[in-house]
Design a protein. Structure first.
Ligand code: HEC
Length: 110
């Protein structure tokens, strides 16, 4: 194969991939959204436990007793500096308000 042919073969391959990726059905994009939400919430698991179910007396505040609304209030307070802390003020600043909302909805007590 000549270089030109190889190039167009590569381009075809890339296009096929492109169409495969953009052809996601609604069901799959709903799954992707769910995955994104769970992924955001999982960033809290190192310290607060999986799904916010921490270890009692583990040295980290338990957040699984907070409602989504209470959690969001605390996260926004950390972000704005209204509430002080060792870790959370810096951490909360790393998320957009929309992301904090998603996380609070995901982890807050149902
Ligand atoms: C590196 C460890 C660490 C990570 C990661 C972490 N936290 Fe925290 N969290 C803490 C500590 C420590 C506190 C106590 C306040 C402080 O010192 O910052 C706290 C406090 C909190 C509180 C207040 C609890 C209360 O009783 O008022 C909430 C809510 C909270 N974290 C939610 C989260 C969420 C949501 C995430 C993920 C976006 C997260 N934390 C990630 C360590 C962590």
């Amino acid at each position: 194969m000549q270089a030109k042919q190889i190039k167009s073969a590569l381009l075809m391959g890339a296009l096929v991939h492109f169409y495969a990726l953009t052809g996601i059905s609604h069901a799959q994009s709903a799954d992707a959204t769910k995955l994104y939400h769970r992924g955001l919430a999982a960033t809290c698991a190192n310290c607060h436990g999986t799904d916010g179910k921490g270890v009692v007396d583990g040295g980290m505040p338990l957040i699984n007793q907070l409602s989504s609304e209470q959690m969001l209030t605390q996260l926004k307070a950390f972000k704005s500096g209204a509430r002080e802390g060792t870790i959370m003020p810096q951490l909360a600043k790393g998320y957009s308000d929309e992301q904090l909302e998603i996380i609070a909805n995901q982890l807050g007590k149902k």
